[in-house]
Ligand binder design. Structure first.
Ligand code: GBH
Length: 507
């Protein structure tokens, strides 16, 4: 090799090295602070964290608690849960609630979202017998929160239906509207002086689709597109009846707000320039979020959902739609029954029409005639369904605001799972990137009032047992004391809450 060539070679090598370096720098910049929003969250924006009764309380048969559908589902067949686990003890929050409140206090959250176990209050689900020890537990928890200046946000129903009612069909029996709304009234009566944010139902899609559609969750009923839609119909009526009860009997005195919590992924058109893919995206959003929220805001199921389910039902030989119809009276009952909307966002999917949808397919998984897929480059959490797509939250809340007239929205869940990591840097970047996208939407005028990290601590993750962990705090499920230990994300979230800012210094 002559000198010139050697020089050239070195020159090229150098060029390659600096190009490489430049792209590494650029990549890190774009990956980190560069795209993190640097405007502060408003003073009245609420930060909090959440749990649910069944996932953290344990004490499944203690102090008079009645049996619920998940107790039954698990105890009759433990192999339904990964690792044959149960929630009989889980985090033992029934006994350790004071410690939980201390963790919340340390975090500096404005609110704590927890749920009431129906059978702890009403062991058989109905008014026949009130369990005063169960009532006392929630009074104690509320008192402890008050002492520490933490606002309670209370979910009345987070999936744990009383077994006595489940045996009568649960959410597929129209009597549930009565059973549920009387239970809700009792909650307002018992706790309403101390609770200003109520959530009627958590993620009804999971109860209806997983519980009565594919049967993966309790009560394990497989009735896609029939029992599944009866459940949807009754959830909406139950929610609305509870909201009316609050509005009429409690609002003037208690001055609280009542909303519903609906989970939804973002569905991104497979090809943004393809109108069919855009329609598929809209339809799936209406199937997921709209099925519950459209009636509550506008008084009926979304038009697109009604018409496609009817079309498919008739083609399947039914003489009417499998999706029940609201009567005129019911439409008036449900319309306008919200003070805020709760949104649980975790992940996103690409979507397009599915021409191969089986004609006889029924329910949420078929009736939209769409198919979803993921980008293999998306980062994954420990839950099989959790792909990290922070921009999805921005698109979803923007869609929601445009579709429902910019209602007040609280992000009631958003979270990342791992298999047991104390230095949880991926959780930190999950929170940061989702909050950043949320703030961008807020800066565009989307009406977001608060953010909830799911979850305060590792807990019983339904059929995935204790294998996947969403907590800011680690819980030692092997030890009798169920010790809680802060993961790295605790300091991070604490700082975000106190500074209201996602970067070193906000504008
Ligand atoms: C919530 O469920 C629950 O409220 C909570 O109890 C639970 O612990 C927590 O989140 C973590 O799972 O995009 O089509 O693959 C979330 C249930 C299940 C909703 C997966 C979104 C993705 C469907 N999520 N689902 S898809």
């Amino acid at each position: 090799m002559n000198v010139n060539k050697k020089f050239l070679q070195q020159y090229i090598n150098n060029m390659q090295a600096s190009l490489f370096l430049a792209s590494v720098i650029l990549f890190t910049l774009t990956k980190s602070e560069e795209h993190i929003n640097n405007t502060p969250f408003p003073k009245d924006f609420l930060f909090g964290t959440a749990t649910s009764a069944y996932q953290v309380e344990g004490a499944w048969n203690v102090d008079g608690k009645g049996v619920n559908n998940w107790d039954k589902f698990i105890h009759t067949n433990r192999s339904r849960i990964k690792g044959n686990d149960t929630a009989d003890v889980t985090c033992d929050s029934y006994h350790k609630y004071k410690e939980d409140v201390a963790l919340l206090k340390y975090l500096g959250v404005q609110f704590y979202r927890f749920s009431i176990s129906w059978t702890r209050i009403l062991p058989n689900g109905t008014q026949g017998k009130i369990n005063h020890q169960g009532v006392q537990y929630y009074k104690n928890l509320l008192k402890e929160l008050k002492r520490n200046n933490i606002t309670p946000m209370v979910t009345i129903f987070h999936w744990d239906t009383p077994q006595a009612l489940e045996e009568q069909g649960g959410w597929t029996n129209e009597r549930i509207v009565h059973w549920y709304s009387r239970y809700a009234r009792l909650c307002f009566q018992l706790f309403g002086d101390d609770v200003k944010y109520w959530m009627t139902v958590n993620e009804p899609k999971q109860t209806c689709n997983m519980g009565y559609g594919n049967g993966i969750f309790a009560p394990g009923v497989k009735s896609p597109g029939e029992g599944e839609y009866l459940c949807v119909y009754h959830v909406v009526l139950a929610h609305a009846t509870a909201w009316r009860i609050y509005d009429k009997e409690f609002r003037a005195q208690q001055k609280g707000k009542v909303g519903i919590v609906v989970d939804c992924s973002w569905y991104e058109p497979a090809d943004l320039w393809n109108i069919q893919d855009q329609l598929a995206s809209q339809l799936k959003l209406h199937f997921t979020y709209g099925l519950y929220v459209n009636p509550i805001v506008y008084g009926d199921f979304p038009w697109a959902v009604k018409s496609i389910v009817k079309k498919r039902s008739l083609a399947q030989g039914y003489n009417r739609s499998r999706l029940p119809e609201f009567s005129q009276q019911q439409k008036e009952l449900v319309k306008g029954t919200y003070d805020f909307l709760g949104l649980n966002y975790y992940t996103a999917r690409y979507i397009k029409p599915d021409p191969d949808t089986p004609v006889d397919g029924k329910g949420y998984d078929f009736d939209s005639e769409t198919t979803t897929f993921v980008d293999p480059h998306w980062e994954k959490g420990a839950s099989f369904w959790l792909y990290v797509v922070p921009w999805g939250i921005k698109k979803l809340v923007t869609w929601l605001s445009q579709t429902y007239g910019n209602p007040p929205v609280i992000i009631t869940e958003n979270g990342y799972s791992e298999h047991g990591t104390m230095d949880d840097q991926k959780r930190i970047s999950y929170i940061k990137s989702h909050l950043s996208n949320l703030k961008e939407a807020m800066n565009n005028g989307v009406n977001i009032k608060g953010y909830t990290y799911w979850s305060l601590m590792d807990n019983f993750e339904w059929v995935e047992g204790y294998a996947v962990k969403f907590g800011l705090y680690h819980v030692d499920f092997e030890g009798a004391k169920r010790n809680r230990t802060a993961k790295s994300s605790v300091e991070y979230y604490k700082k975000v809450i106190s500074t209201r800012c996602l970067v070193d210094k906000c504008k």
